[in-house]
Ligand binder design. Structure first.
Ligand SMILES: C[S@@+](CC[C@H](N)C(=O)[O-])C[C@H]1O[C@@H](n2cnc3c(N)ncnc32)[C@H](O)[C@@H]1O
Length: 204
């Protein structure tokens, strides 16, 4: 029988444990999430599409995993997608989908592998929050996003339970750093009755 991981994912913390989780999950991730109706990538792609005019602008899919997010972005019309992820086994699955221009392994202990202005489009789909990357990653992505660039971010119900995550978006709006373009609460993994919020923000 194939191991399941959705029941373990949300309690995982720390870089090593997170990498081990996704390393072990890489082979069965697409099957398990699809079986549970994984809807957030499609919702994020549609929300970012609604805020985009040039679909050939390079898009950074941060925490691309096995490429389900890249697949949704590609189906929405984005044509130049670069992926970054913490876990080599997830990146290997993403490479099989042959839809990324580049795939880069990241190490949170090393300097961030992207410079300010490299991207005017960024996605962080199912990546920031419980069982994945800490909220500081939101600040890092925001710091490299080009001026007037757009970013789509999702927070699932577990993540929304901690007000620090949504609070970071509110603080950035209040500080005049970003504008909120859209915010929508909807299905994440209907098979386990979980929802997520999808935000599109623009950097000022
Ligand atoms: C739930 S998966 C989402 C993958 C993909 N975006 C999707 O929608 O299917 C979370 C991914 O984030 C990656 N990840 C977790 N923490 C990270 C970090 N600090 N930096 C980069 N990637 C990270 C994991 O390796 C995993 O592939």
């Amino acid at each position: 029988m194939t191991d399941t991981f959705l029941d373990k994912a949300y309690d995982t913390t720390g870089v090593e444990a997170t990498r081990a989780l996704y390393s072990n999950w890489a082979k069965s991730y697409d099957e398990e999430t699809s079986k549970n109706g994984y809807a957030t990538p499609g919702r994020c792609a549609a929300a970012l599409k609604a805020a985009t005019s040039d679909f050939s602008t390079p898009l950074l899919d941060f925490g691309c995993g096995t490429g389900l997010s890249g697949l949704a972005l590609s189906l929405a019309g984005f044509t130049v997608i670069d992926g970054i992820d913490l876990t080599q086994d997830m990146l290997d699955r993403a490479a099989e989908k042959q839809l990324y221009r580049s795939l880069t392994l990241s190490d949170p202990e090393q300097p961030f592998p992207v410079k300010k202005g490299d991207y005017a489009l960024i996605s962080a789909i199912g990546v920031i929050g419980a069982g994945a990357a800490p909220i500081e990653v939101f600040d890092t992505l925001l710091s490299v996003l080009d001026t007037s660039g757009k970013m789509v971010v999702s927070f699932n119900d577990h993540t929304l339970e901690d007000p620090a995550f949504e609070g970071r978006i509110t603080s950035a709006i209040n500080a005049g750093v970003i504008d909120l373009i859209s915010e929508e609460y909807g299905d994440h993994l209907p098979g386990i009755n979980m929802k997520s919020k999808v935000y599109v923000i623009e950097k000022k």
